[in-house]
Design a protein around this ligand. Structure first.
Ligand code: SIN
Length: 528
């Protein structure tokens, strides 16, 4: 089909994505007086909406311990300055959300309720609606934020001599077919497109989590890093033959006393880590994968029968289990690891700036240095709020920048069929990897051919193909086990590899890789 076109719009800031980072930035930018346009594929189906456990929010006297736990989980690749900076803004992030109308759970005596999850030594995670924290944050931000241009997909970021100059957008019909193409001129563009969980056959992400921002950023000249660190959540509802988005069984259940056991009732994590079942997520996922390999079983069990009033405290989990015939109050829940979170992403500084002036990234699509090789549970909503607010302030500095630039409307892109790339990723770059598997995934990525971009699905498949290539390339080069990257053929962490793998596109569009000391970059003035 032929794309019709020709509409033009202008803004001070274009936000791509409508989850916690995007809508926080948009809301704050409007408050600062900027003209903001939000472009989203589906405003109701973000990863934020499905976040359960909560938002890690250290009180003032807990900031140092929260930073220590984050750095411990990150397995040597966190940027300590980024960690201190983001974690230190927890109280401000919480205040900003409550000021917008988000309602968090309280204890019987009226204090903010806090729970624990993996890797946290203390109860510092605030939550809403029991286990519906993300849904409440999404509700509050959607109500407060500017109206989004929905059912629209960004085809390219416009760049010129002064950096980002706007975006090329295609609106989509209900069938997903791309319709009219338009151009939004803006001196500041924020990519807040979320994760890329759809790279794998099963996961917790919504269907729109296809790594679109990564592909856009690379094409615009930005860098990505740490993409080999895909976090697999250890407790995702297991159903034989399950495919696509599966129900998350929140780690907070273990924080409230649930235990992971195998089909014979034996503990799964045991003494593999001092925090036992509340070890960081990579440790627990590895332990589950090892038990499955050893026993030949397809799943393990999360026994939540001892969690007080589980149906009331965890209504979302209870509902999704009951829909599948399991009542957590009386029956252990079948679970297995599945793709959950991209720890790496577009390289930014601590106000969300990429190396392309005017191009920002925030939220799961970004790599600030907070997560390192393994994100600490419930640090992502926090990062989205903190960075979203900072991007808005930084975007204000771009207002008035002259933004010449030629809109490029890509008509075709290298891509693979969705089923082919998901099979390659699940087999080769899943929880446990080795040279043969990652090599095979790279070979599949290399088979991508140019295909026309006529539907949203085509655009997404092109982005996922880029993700497969980048993730498999980095996973092949990282010949060690670290954080969320487990190599059965290199089971030891190698201190010589405690640096990020940074990827970008060369002049011919090929991916190039360098080892980078990203932690050494300067913290921008005015940010603690
Ligand atoms: C969970 O509730 O287990 C997920 C929380 C997170 O991914 O941070």
């Amino acid at each position: 089909m032929t794309l019709t076109g020709g509409w033009d719009a202008a803004a001070d800031l274009v936000v791509v994505g409508a989850g916690v980072a995007g809508l926080t930035a948009a809301t704050e930018a409007v408050r600062l007086g900027l003209r903001v346009l939000v472009v989203a594929k589906d405003v109701g189906d973000t990863s934020t909406r499905y976040a359960q456990g909560g938002m890690a929010t250290a009180t003032v006297d807990d900031v140092a311990a929260h930073a220590e736990d984050t750095i411990a989980a990150g397995a040597g690749l966190c940027d300590p300055a980024a960690v201190r900076s983001v974690v230190g803004d927890g109280t401000a992030a919480f205040a900003a959300l409550t000021a917008l109308g988000a309602r968090f759970d309280t204890t019987a005596d009226g204090r903010v309720a806090r729970t624990r999850e993996g890797g946290h030594r203390t109860a510092r995670i605030v939550h809403a609606g029991g286990d519906a924290t993300g849904a409440e944050i999404q509700r509050a931000l959607t109500a407060a934020g500017p109206t989004a241009l929905i059912d629209s997909v960004v085809l390219s970021v416009i760049t010129g001599p002064h950096g980002a100059a706007g975006v090329v957008v295609a609106t989509a019909a209900p069938s997903g077919a791309l319709e009219s193409v338009g151009v939004i001129h803006a001196p500041a563009v924020l990519l807040a497109t979320g994760g890329s969980g759809m790279l794998f056959a099963t996961g917790t992400n919504p269907t729109g989590a296809t790594g679109d921002g990564i592909a856009l950023a690379l094409a615009a000249g930005a860098e990505i890093a740490d993409v080999e660190f895909v976090q697999f959540h250890p407790t995702v509802f297991f159903a034989p033959g399950g495919h696509g988005r599966l129900p998350l069984i929140s780690e907070a259940l273990r924080g409230e006393g649930a235990r992971l056991v195998d089909l014979d009732g034996r503990p799964v994590v045991g003494d593999a880590h001092p925090l036992g079942d509340l070890a960081p997520r990579d440790v627990v996922s590895r332990a589950v994968a090892a038990r499955l390999a050893e026993s030949g079983a397809s799943h393990v069990l999360l026994d939540a029968r001892g969690v007080p009033d589980v149906a009331h405290r965890f209504p979302t989990v209870t509902r999704s289990c009951r829909e599948r015939g399991v009542d957590p109050a009386t029956t252990p829940i079948p679970v297995a690891p599945a793709a959950h979170y991209a720890c790496g992403g577009i390289v930014t500084d601590l106000v969300g700036r990429t190396c392309v002036p005017g191009l920002f990234a925030a939220g799961e699509v970004a790599r600030t240095g907070l997560h390192g090789a393994n994100r600490l549970a419930s640090n992502s909503l926090l990062e989205g709020v903190v960075l979203g607010r900072r991007v808005a302030a930084a975007a204000r500095d771009r207002v008035g920048t002259d933004t010449p630039g030629d809109p490029v409307v890509p008509r075709a892109a290298r891509r693979l069929d969705r089923a082919v790339l998901q099979a390659a990723a699940s087999a080769g770059i899943g929880v446990v990897r080795d040279a043969d598997g990652v090599g095979a995934a790279r070979q599949v990525a290399a088979r991508a051919v140019d295909g026309p971009l006529t539907t949203v699905h085509d655009v997404e498949d092109a982005a996922l193909t880029t993700l497969l290539d980048a993730t498999a390339t980095a996973a092949a080069l990282r010949t060690e086990t670290r954080g969320a990257h487990t190599r059965r053929d290199h089971p030891i962490t190698d201190p010589a590899q405690s640096r990020s793998l940074v990827l970008s596109r060369d002049g011919d569009g090929a991916l190039t890789v360098r080892r980078g000391d990203l932690a050494r970059r300067l913290v921008p003035a005015g940010v603690s």
